[in-house]
Design a protein around this ligand. Structure first.
Ligand SMILES: C[S@@+](CC[C@H](N)C(=O)[O-])C[C@H]1O[C@@H](n2cnc3c(N)ncnc32)[C@H](O)[C@@H]1O
Length: 251
């Protein structure tokens, strides 16, 4: 609580009023939207593509399924799911940020991905979908930006069908000290400089590094998923735990 009694949360390493965080996160993604895809490739040396491919494989989607790609941004996962579920299925790309949604929609339309994809501007904390609606929900590199993560997890659990699967791909905590050191150096010294060069915005990429450090580690997120009502929750570390893919089911 702050002096004026309002609830506090983290925005990277800063402590801010909880009701201000969504606007601050929105500023970050409005600022980086146009260059988001190229920055992802440069920052991760293209490795984000492998993390996303692993997520798609783990999802094991089938033709006809209904999928929610939450915090879907520029639509990398949506594009892949759209091909898998085919004309009988559907993919909803939901994101709170209209700049990211617009870049995603334009990119997918340019690639001819139309028909089974819809775009919804929504906050993960209060999803505007009926109960028991989706076969699979993915949220990739989105959860750490959400103010009330527990509310978001409960909301995802609510809209998942019984038998459905939630996959959370997110930066996490590296397992080995040497990797932690290299990763710290890289994300605090190199990434903001890259951000400055490519997007003219070092601050947003400083937030990225800080928000990763503030995000719950593997075991904490696993417990949060269980608390939200998900079952058979587990995770796989990727790149020594720099990223983890958590999965949970609703029964
Ligand atoms: C790092 S991007 C990830 C985009 C995409 N999923 C990917 O993996 O490339 C994070 C996305 O989360 C979205 N986001 C942040 N807070 C959100 C919230 N509360 N509800 C829904 N989306 C949110 C941002 O607008 C942004 O598009």
């Amino acid at each position: 609580m702050s002096d004026n009694g309002s609830k506090q949360t983290h925005f990277g390493y800063k402590t801010v009023d909880a009701d201000k965080k969504a606007d601050l996160v929105a500023d970050v993604f409005h600022s980086v939207a146009a260059k988001y895809d190229i920055m992802n490739d440069v920052m991760s040396f293209g490795v984000h593509r492998f993390w996303k491919r692993f997520t798609i494989e783990t999802a094991a989607a089938r033709p006809g399924m209904k999928i929610l790609d939450l915090a879907g941004g520029t639509g990398d996962l949506t594009a892949k799911f759209s091909r898998i579920v085919g004309p009988q299925g559907s993919v909803t790309l939901a994101d709170i940020n209209d700049s990211m949604l617009k870049v995603g929609r334009d990119k997918l339309r340019d690639r001819g991905i139309v028909g089974n994809v819809s775009y919804v501007q929504a906050n993960a904390e209060a999803l505007p979908f009926p109960d028991n609606h989706f076969d699979i929900i993915t949220i990739a590199f989105g959860l750490r930006n959400v103010t009330d993560k527990n509310a978001a997890l409960r909301s995802m659990q609510r809209v998942l069908k019984p038998g459905g699967k939630l996959l959370i791909l997110e930066f996490s905590t590296p397992k080995h000290d040497i990797m932690k050191k290299v990763y710290d150096l890289y994300s605090f010294k190199v990434i903001p400089q890259m951000g400055k060069l490519i997007t003219n915005d070092a601050d947003s990429y400083e937030y990225l590094a800080e928000s990763i450090r503030m995000h719950p580690d593997q075991e904490t997120l696993k417990q949060m998923m269980i608390d939200a009502g998900l079952e058979h929750v587990d995770y796989t570390n990727l790149t020594d735990g720099v990223v983890a893919l958590h999965r949970g089911y609703k029964f």
